[in-house]
Design a binder for this molecule. Sequence first.
Ligand code: PGA
Length: 249
Amino acid sequence: MNKKSFCIANWKMNKSLNESTDFLCQLADKDLSVSQSKIVICPPIIFLDAMMSHNKNHDISFGSQDVSMFKKGSYTGEISIDMLENMGCKWVIIGHSERRQMFFETDDTIGKKMQLLQNSSLNPILCIGESLDEKINGLTSEILEKQINSVFSSIDFKTSKDILIAYEPIWAIGTGVAASINIIKENMKLIKKIINNIDTNNCNIYLLYGGSVNKNNASEIFNLNNVNGFLIGSASLDIESFYNIYKQI
Ligand code: PGA
């Protein structure tokens, strides 16, 4: 399949330092020429520097699982965009549903992060997706529209960059059961339509799917028109299952 693609591992709060670097060594030993997909590993932030120093393989890049909405200053525990840039990090996830739900991040917060990101060298991976309640109540399109529009409304990118939008239905995350092909297809079409109506400042927007992606469903989902890859949680923790997905996209 000849489309640009991304295979992104979101390790969340898993793995020790040794396990993280071991994974990297094992991945670097694999034949990465089997796919043209771009590999991005998002380890726990505290291991990012060690992982990057350890990495000798240009096919593998790294991302942060989050970033502060503040530029600098007295914000205990926060990590800034400048700090990530300093380390040579290239990607950052913003708006993951776990941040939205458990750490009360709003569309406004995520919009502020995107505003800071626009003048940085980092590429955003924006997560969007509806909850089960919202799905049941027929609010999916409204929610997706709000999540996208609020983030892009006050953006003016000076330089073109890759922006990944990961559609992750919350009800499919970590459940072992991905959304059906039809639902993914419909909602990707919807997201594409929303994006076509906003000014994305000549940025390259790619859509990813996330939510219980595994080696058994990857190929079928990836074959959908608007899907340019995956944001993978659980299945990215095991080297064989991650590589298996990578091989298929
Ligand atoms: P999952 O997580 O693959 O374990 O469902 C995806 C995510 O949260 O990004």
